[in-house]
Ligand binder design. Structure first.
Ligand SMILES: [Zn+2]
Length: 189
């Protein structure tokens, strides 16, 4: 990986990476002292005209910036999400903001070093449990927008709600090989 693959922080200041949910709530990005970012995949997921106009204005007045996340960080997130069983619950936008958090963390360390005396950090702002779960695996800080964040990492177990057979996490969302019902998931005890 060469240096132009890294994001250059304009200042040593906290960073918020926004998932679709807080943006869809109509939140006023202008009130934050933190630098605010999201991805083009998230912008694409926001299809409500009024909200989209508001967000376009945030982008125009530079309250919100779009990060292009290198593919290597997206791939790393997909690997982690597959491992945790969250991959199928994550949209392309979700994966992109997770990739963005990983990318900014790596860039931050490259620019300011590990254990520097400044304590700015990157936070992923999301209420989605699967995003928070994978973020924890990827060592990305999260901030919950509304709900209380998950306290601990969830290990998922997939199961068939019809015939009650249990499956590995990857089966979530597909058809039960035994009875063809759609496989659900629950936290493993
Ligand atoms: Zn079944």
């Amino acid at each position: 990986m060469n240096s132009r693959d890294f994001f250059i922080f304009p200042e040593n200041i906290d960073i918020f990476v926004f998932d679709a949910t807080p943006l869809l709530s109509g939140i006023d990005i202008g009130i934050f002292n933190e630098l605010c970012y999201t991805t083009s995949e998230i912008i694409d997921e926001i299809k409500r005209p009024v909200i989209s106009n508001k967000i376009d204005n945030f982008i125009l007045n530079r309250s919100l910036s779009i990060v292009e996340v290198p593919n290597s960080f997206i791939k790393k997130i997909q690997q982690l999400a597959r491992k945790s069983g969250d991959l199928k619950s994550l949209s392309q936008g979700d994966i992109s903001v997770l990739g963005c958090g990983l990318y900014l963390n790596a860039s931050y360390r490259k620019q300011f070093g590990v254990g520097n005396k400044n304590h700015a950090a990157v936070y992923l702002v999301s209420d989605d449990y699967s995003i928070q779960n994978v973020a924890r695996l990827a060592h990305i800080n999260t901030k919950s927008f509304k709900k209380k964040g998950i306290k601990q990492f969830i290990r998922w177990q997939s199961y068939c709600p019809n015939c009650h057979k249990e499956y590995i996490p990857e089966f979530f969302g597909s058809k039960c090989p035994n009875c063809s019902a759609i496989i659900k998931r629950r936290p493993k005890k």
